[in-house]
Design a binder for this molecule. Structure first.
Ligand SMILES: [Zn+2]
Ligand SMILES: [Zn+2]
Length: 239
């Protein structure tokens, strides 16, 4: 008894999934961590979409030319991941920033980034109006975690100039049309450097059709970036 009280003094935290006291550094207890929805056994080598066998790309990636080389997600957009992301994003629960860092580092662990010569980490921007309403950009908070874990600079290179509908609920074609020309390179970047160079890593919370990341990657490439990768916390299996 005294021992567990002593541990609670040392680690006075609770699991952000189920609320039990934690005697370790992580934000989730082992049981909640094990409940996180894994990606499907076979997945698209470009966008992580589920596949019946591991040999081809998904229809989504075969259909069109994507501008990022690879998007890696930590988990499927389902169950506890949906709950944690909604609390983080819509309820503005900033105490979840630490667990978000732990989740996205699971995606980072799937690639050896040091060999890719990345120049910087770039958050997917929110439209300024949405950011004012929400008071923060969840992708930027995630990008800060990614930048510190990979020891890379964070560069806010993009602006969102079109407000789009809430993405998770709209259809694929609608989303792709909606997002066309939704992003630009920030004007002051051009004033400073004229052109980008090197490789970049985009960060967002959820990948659904990949259209948002694709549009952002397109803008980075057209401004001179060489190659673009992406990481997200969750991969939705709705297309
Ligand atoms: Zn738990
Ligand atoms: Zn794919």
């Amino acid at each position: 008894m005294w021992f567990s009280t002593f541990l609670e003094l040392l680690y006075p935290s609770h699991c952000v999934g189920c609320g039990i006291a934690l005697f370790e550094e992580s934000s989730l207890c082992t049981s909640c961590w094990n409940q996180l929805p894994k990606l499907s056994e076979y997945y698209c080598p470009i966008c992580d979409y589920s596949l019946p066998t591991q040999h081809a790309h998904c229809d989504n990636c075969t259909d069109r030319k994507l501008h990022f080389l690879r998007a890696l997600s930590a988990f499927r957009y389902d169950g506890l991941v949906v709950q944690l992301l909604s609390r983080f994003k819509y309820a503005g629960d900033q105490s979840l920033k630490k667990v978000m860092g732990e989740l996205i580092s699971h995606a980072l662990s799937r690639e050896s980034w040091s060999s890719l010569s990345l120049r910087a980490v770039v958050p997917v921007p929110l439209h300024p109006r949405r950011e004012r309403e929400r008071e923060f950009n969840q992708a930027r908070l995630l990008a800060q975690e990614v930048a510190s874990r990979l020891q890379l600079p964070l560069e806010d290179l993009l602006s969102r100039i079109k407000a789009t509908s809430t993405q998770v609920h709209s259809h694929r074609k609608e989303r792709i049309d909606n997002l066309r020309d939704a992003f630009i390179i920030k004007k002051k970047i051009f004033k400073k450097t004229k052109l980008l160079s090197g490789n970049y890593l985009l960060v967002d919370d959820v990948l659904t059709t990949g259209s948002t990341l694709d549009e952002c990657a397109k803008v980075l490439l057209s401004a001179g970036a060489q190659r673009v990768w992406a990481v997200t916390v969750a991969r939705s299996y709705r297309q």
